[in-house]
Design a protein around this ligand. Structure first.
Ligand SMILES: [Zn+2]
Length: 215
């Protein structure tokens, strides 16, 4: 089973990815991992990508696509397939990947979309606070500390990540709407998308997601 997992920032994609990976014994890979592996390994594609990022430029789709395909085809333990996170980011990437993998065991089978309404994403992201001292994470709406701004566990001051504000979230969501939603629509037309309502808590969502992927 080869899966792409998609979802806006704050949709819980990361958490569910680890559970899917464990449950179905898949290789879980993010495009970030693939970039790092190629750059660290000094591959030709890695060097090309590095040249772009060092100039502050976006890595062209063609390099990204080839890197993803090569990485997946060279996995020493193919397990039961892959779960890819953070790819494809654009419609062009989706179409190119489809062409590159057609007829091979790398073709994607399912697209999982973690759906969360906009106002809930906003609460999750802008409400997030963390303790720099012990790493505990809070949310002022859903999991507030007993004393405002203070960590329950160690008494240190809580802080908010710089880009966890409404303005920055808006930019990230706009980028998601512009680039990722067309990708989802493309796969939806092919009947490959499983949309999961990810508004509730992890323990309520997980059985639904597991069941959807078991079919
Ligand atoms: Zn703490």
């Amino acid at each position: 089973m080869n899966i792409f997992i998609m979802g806006a920032p704050g949709s819980g994609k990361g958490t569910f990815s680890s559970r899917i990976k464990e449950e179905f014994d898949l290789n879980h890979i993010s495009t970030g991992d693939i970039f790092r592996a190629n750059i660290a390994g000094g591959t030709e594609l890695g060097m090309q990508a590095k040249a772009y990022t060092e100039k502050g430029l976006l890595v062209p789709d063609e390099i990204t696509n080839n890197m993803v395909k090569e990485y997946l085809s060279q996995l020493s333990d193919k397990k039961n397939g892959y779960l890819l996170d953070g790819y494809p980011r654009t419609l062009d990437q989706a179409k190119a990947f489809e062409k590159m993998t057609e007829g091979t065991d790398l073709m994607v089978d399912e697209i999982v979309v973690m759906d969360v309404p906009f106002d809930e994403l906003t609460r999750r992201i802008t409400g997030r606070r963390s303790c720099k001292h012990c790493g505990e994470i809070y949310n002022i709406y859903s999991k507030p500390p007993v004393k405002e701004g203070i960590c329950d566990k160690c008494g240190s001051e809580l802080s908010q990540r710089k880009d966890d504000n409404e303005e920055s979230l808006k930019t990230r969501l706009e980028e998601y709407a512009k680039n990722t939603e067309p990708v989802i629509a493309y796969y939806e037309e092919k009947g490959m998308v499983k949309r999961i309502d990810a508004t509730a808590g992890i323990e309520e969502i997980w059985p639904v997601l597991k069941e959807a992927l078991s079919k």
